[in-house]
Design a protein around this ligand. Structure first.
Ligand code: BTN
Length: 279
């Protein structure tokens, strides 16, 4: 089943975002450690790093034939100028797994939102747990997978940059892409995918390096900046029933706090509930 969202995509694609990704420039500007591998086509950049990646390696592909999303969903990954990016990160810390490990996906979401802001995007944010949204539509997603040894993770990021109508039709949610954001509101700097990837690597590197010593109050402050659901009414599915509630925030495990119509507050992990779009 495909669970990326659907939208009406612009037929025009942005010229500067359709320039090829320049991995030499990325390596010179942003690689803290590891190597960068760029493919025309792969099954999945996450799968490639699972098999071949060393700590700090980055894998990018122009197209994925078996792109994977959360909950076992397919990630539609045509060669139309989107970003399919994975990083293998190794936590070198004695207290692994850290108590706050469940905040990792949310932290990566913050890093991606910051990178998009760096290239001039506005009106975007993170939809809990880690979908990237622009004006109520999904623009990207994050898939974090464990790998062995267990202090290593593969962080996969898919960002819709150019998603033509015929590809968007394969997806059954409201999606958007960076080119559409650009067509609506020209706040983006003359950035390219190369610059966006550089910015993403820099933001990820800072957040991941700091992650073992994460302070929850600092995390909450940053999360609140990007959280698109804060104080919003939502519908969600829990154990086969549909519930309406209001989002009140996160706890230290990264679970979402929801207050129902009887004013009862309950925290849910992302494995327990499936959120519909904001009411
Ligand atoms: C989601 O379901 O929202 C997460 C989507 C993650 C997609 C990215 S694209 C790069 C990396 N390789 C994959 O196969 N998946 C992730």
């Amino acid at each position: 089943m495909l669970l990326q969202p659907r939208a009406t995509m612009p037929n025009n694609t942005s010229k500067h975002f359709s320039k090829p990704i320049d991995c030499d420039k990325i390596a010179a500007a942003a690689l803290p450690s590891g190597k960068i591998y760029h493919f025309k086509r792969l099954d999945s950049t996450n799968s490639w790093l699972q098999k071949n990646g060393q700590c700090g390696d980055i894998c990018i592909s122009n197209e994925q034939t078996a792109g994977r999303g959360r909950r076992g969903n397919q990630w539609v990954s045509p060669a139309t100028g989107n970003i399919y990016f994975s990083l293998k990160w190794c936590f070198d810390t004695p207290n692994y797994p850290m108590e706050h490990f469940s905040l990792l996906g949310l932290t990566v979401g913050i890093a991606v939102a910051e990178a998009l802001a760096d290239i001039g995007l506005q009106d975007h944010g993170v939809k809990w747990p880690n979908d990237i949204y622009w004006q109520q539509q999904k623009m990207g997603g994050i898939l974090i997978e464990n790998t062995s040894p267990s202090n290593n993770v593969i962080i996969g990021i898919g960002l819709n940059i150019n998603m033509p109508e015929n590809e968007a039709r394969k997806i059954d949610q409201n999606i958007t892409c960076l080119s559409e954001a650009l067509a609506h509101k020209n706040t983006l700097k003359q950035a390219s995918r190369t610059e966006l990837v550089i910015s993403m690597i820099q933001c990820l590197n800072t957040r991941l390096t700091d992650f073992p010593a994460l302070d929850f109050n600092d995390f909450k402050r940053d999360w609140n900046k990007w959280d698109i659901l804060k104080n919003k009414p939502v519908n969600f599915q829990h154990q086969n029933s549909q519930i309406s509630a209001t989002v009140v925030g996160l706890n230290e495990q990264g679970q979402l706090g929801l207050k129902n119509s009887d004013n009862q507050l309950q925290f849910y992990s992302s494995a327990d509930i499936r959120l519909s779009k904001p009411l």
